[in-house]
Design a protein around this ligand. Structure first.
Ligand code: FUC
Length: 780
């Protein structure tokens, strides 16, 4: 080897290993504004500790911190003694007749019978997630504020408000402290200041106390008697009094308010009640004793950054940090090049996930944990026909596997009521959950057939359980949590699928989510059932158990009607070839097999992938927030980075629309929360997953680097993404070409790594890592 070759290798080695050790984020990762928020939905900024979500407005004269706790709900058994999870006993007796009508082509009659008989009851007892209340904090005030800034620092996981008044500096810092189950609001000023704090709740107040410097509000959701308490503990160098229902603080340079909140809800069928919420709050407050604000903040940073800083994304140039985020967003839509905003958008979802979904908390709901209403859109519930799943799409790939856990605990609580629903509506074994679900085990079809019928919800959720295993290779999780959930969900499909005239197994009756009509059967059901049974087969192999069940699952999987290509080259949404090429409905359910499923891939089923592309093109590039986000992922799986990027740009279209719109106005509010409209968190999460999917894919038994890199991302770097099989991956690229990658194995395994037409087999022990150059040659 010549000296110059050795030098070259060293240079390359240095460049690539260097990317793996230096800090690559080239920006501050902040959302910031030069004025207070006026609107909750579009402008206020979200913080959370997993259990609670809060939104702050940042008013100088009066701060408003709206908050809730994830389990605070109306509806359920407390609202009526007849509450029965939506079940209609014996509804299954109609299934045979519906099947016959479908077979005879009498779809109108079939639809009518299904609408009358296969719908859930309890519309009035479904309930809705509830805001708990607001803190209004008035600040002694004179003069005209200057240097005003309201921001959210994603690197630190905290919000802040700062300004100058009469030459004195004021700074507020807010964050959710997950390890302590506490929300922390710190007010600091260079001069002594006075504050007056009012706690308000739309709910019935049972008592209000101020004892030993702790304020507590005990209340109740009137409609179902759910009890709750929120307490405020103060730490200040000023003087604290309780006068006329308000906390008054005078002469304070420093004030920290610690807030806790809990309800008597328990995630336990059938009563969902009985938690000792008062003791929980007491314990959380007691654990703060002896801790200074600084110590609490340090613990928060450690906890938060341990998750957040695992992934870095650098898309190249960024010179827009000095522009307020609202302006940044509108200028982006006007064509200003702003890759930094895309990085923020990606990392914001990770921030939101860490802030709202941690072990022991309720899972993310339609608005994460941020809801300011007693009657929120779609009840702010768990919507299982795309939304709940999308909320968790980025969890594994963006290295937040721990944040995925709440959904599994939640799924476990659905099995029992879900089995009853399966029995009464379909006379099958197994568990189901349909479109709308509340935390009181409502697993039945919704009370409207056209939107509410979707028994595949459980099977779809089970994909997440399998994926958590697949990404982490945690066999005890597979054995104890994932497999029992999956197997029980699979039983439903084994019983429910019926043979059609050609001997295929089909889902009948079925209804392609919110699009319909009634069918025998919808492609999405077939794809989801296939995915579940396929995962069950693999799980049984990994665990070396249940051979008999595995044989049955294999036979059933192989007999399911495979994805069909229709008349105009489209992927059929139904068994019947009736897709309309002019239809641009937001649900693109029949492409499940492309993403998040893996039954269709460009490499292994190119004709089906082509048909999926035809369908996708005909559906167009419009849609609600989550629909745009789903399309980012579809195009990424089709390896078309530029088209994925186009959809990402659409997701970042500024919106101020708070009303309900189903057609074409999806985008982002100035606080970067996703506009369905109205606000729904799924679009944020789906968009983040889409960005990851453009940079790394691993669903097909290989790790593919930069599978859908758009032209505009000329050079950049991502660190810490996770691939299935337990690999943590850093990738660097330049001139739109791979420069190098670092792959670390957590679980010890062999896997092919692919970039364009090159493939290299990586074989690593657990904890080992490897560096590859742009030719996929080993450097280390
Ligand atoms: C599904 C969608 C709607 C909305 C709702 C919460 O039903 O069809 O667009 O996102 O969930």
């Amino acid at each position: 080897m010549t000296k110059s070759t050795i030098n070259l290798i060293l240079v390359v080695l240095f460049t690539i290993s260097n990317i793996s050790c230096t800090k690559t984020q080239n920006q501050e990762l902040k959302l910031w504004y030069n004025k207070p928020a006026r609107e909750w939905m579009t402008e206020a900024l979200p913080i959370g500790n997993g259990y609670m979500g809060a939104m702050f407005f940042g008013g100088v004269e009066k701060e408003q911190i709206q908050f809730t706790e994830g389990s605070l709900w109306s509806g359920g058994p407390g609202s009526n003694t007849d509450y029965n999870f939506g079940i209609r006993e014996g509804a299954w007796k109609n299934i045979e007749e519906i099947r016959n009508l479908i077979k005879e082509g009498k779809l109108i009659e079939a639809n009518l019978l299904a609408s009358n008989e296969i719908t859930g009851s309890n519309e009035n007892q479904f309930g809705a997630q509830q805001t708990m209340g607001d803190l209004f904090i008035s600040v002694e005030y004179s003069g005209v504020p200057t240097n005003y800034k309201r921001e959210l620092d994603l690197n630190k996981g905290e919000g802040s408000v700062s300004y100058v008044l009469d030459g004195e500096k004021y700074k507020r810092t807010y964050f959710g402290y997950y390890p302590g189950k506490v929300m922390v609001y710190n007010f600091n000023s260079s001069c002594k200041a006075g504050y007056s704090i009012l706690f308000q709740s739309p709910h019935k107040m049972n008592s209000e106390d101020f004892v030993n410097g702790i304020y507590s509000f005990k209340g109740e959701v009137k409609e179902n008697g759910m009890e709750f308490e929120s307490c405020l503990k103060f730490d200040t160098d000023g003087k604290l009094d309780f006068i006329d229902g308000k906390m008054q603080i005078t002469n304070a340079k420093n004030l920290t308010i610690y807030q806790v909140a809990a309800t008597d809800y328990t995630l336990e069928y059938p009563n969902y009640k009985g938690a000792d919420y008062i003791a929980e709050n007491k314990k959380a407050l007691e654990s703060l004793e002896g801790k200074s604000y600084k110590e609490v903040r340090k613990e928060h940073l450690e906890d938060y950054q341990n998750l957040f800083s695992r992934v870095e994304l650098n898309l190249g140039e960024n010179n827009r940090d000095s522009v307020p985020t609202d302006r940044r967003l509108s200028e982006y839509a006007d064509g200003t090049f702003d890759l930094g905003l895309e990085e923020i958008y990606f990392q914001y979802s990770r921030y939101l996930m860490i802030s709202a979904s941690r072990k022991g908390t309720m899972p993310l709901n339609l608005q994460g944990k941020w809801n300011n209403s007693t009657n929120p859109p779609w009840a702010c519930d768990y919507h299982m026909n795309i939304n709940e799943e999308m909320l968790y799409w980025p969890a594994e790939v963006t290295n937040l596997g721990e944040c995925h856990l709440p959904i599994f605990t939640y799924m476990e609580s659905l099995v029992e009521p879900g089995k009853n629903s399966a029995k009464e509506f379909f006379n099958t074994r197994g568990w189901i959950v349909n479109t709308m679900n509340n935390p009181f085990g409502y697993t039945s079809p919704g009370w409207g057939f056209q939107w509410g019928f979707f028994p595949a919800g459980a099977a779809w959720l089970c994909q997440h359980a399998w994926e958590h295993y697949d990404f982490t290779r945690d066999e005890s999780f597979l054995k104890e949590t994932a497999y029992p959930l999956m197997k029980e969900a699979a039983l439903f499909w084994i019983d429910y699928l019926i043979e059609d005239e050609k001997g295929y197994l089909v889902s009948c009756p079925s209804y392609s989510p919110e699009h319909g009509g009634i069918s025998g059967g919808a492609a999405m059901d077939h794809q989801i059932a296939w995915d579940l049974l396929n995962n069950c087969v693999q799980a049984s192999d990994v665990l070396g158990i249940d051979d008999e069940f595995k044989q049955i699952a294999t036979v059933v999987r192989n007999k399911i009607l495979p994805p069909q290509i229709g008349d105009w080259g489209q992927l059929q949404e139904w068994k019947e070839d009736v897709d309309d090429p002019n239809d641009n409905h937001r649900h693109v359910s029949h492409l499940f097999a492309l993403y998040p499923g893996k039954q269709i891939t460009v490499e292994h089923t190119p004709e089906l992938a082509e048909a999926a592309k035809v369908s996708l093109k005909s559906r167009g590039d419009g849609g609600t927030g989550w629909s745009l986000a789903w399309k980012v992922n579809f195009w990424a799986r089709l390896k078309d980075g530029d088209h994925a990027y186009l959809l990402l740009q659409r997701l970042l279209r500024p919106s101020a629309n708070q009303g309900m719109d189903y057609v074409n106005l999806g985008g982002s509010y100035s606080n970067l929360l996703c506009a369905h409209p109205p606000f729904q968190l799924d679009g944020n999460m789906g968009g983040c997953a889409g960005i990851a999917e453009m940079l790394l894919q691993s669903h097909d038994g290989i790790i593919e680097l930069l599978p859908a890199l758009p032209l505009v991302w000329k050079r950049g770097e991502v660190k810490g993404l996770v691939a299935r099989g337990g690999f943590v991956i850093d990738i660097k690229w330049e001139n739109n070409e791979l420069l190098g990658a670092k792959i670390k194995s957590l679980a010890g395994r062999e896997i092919p790594v692919k970039y364009k037409d090159k493939t290299f087999n990586v074989s690593l022990h657990s904890g080992e890592e490897i560096i590859l150059d742009k030719q996929l040659k080993t450097l280390q």
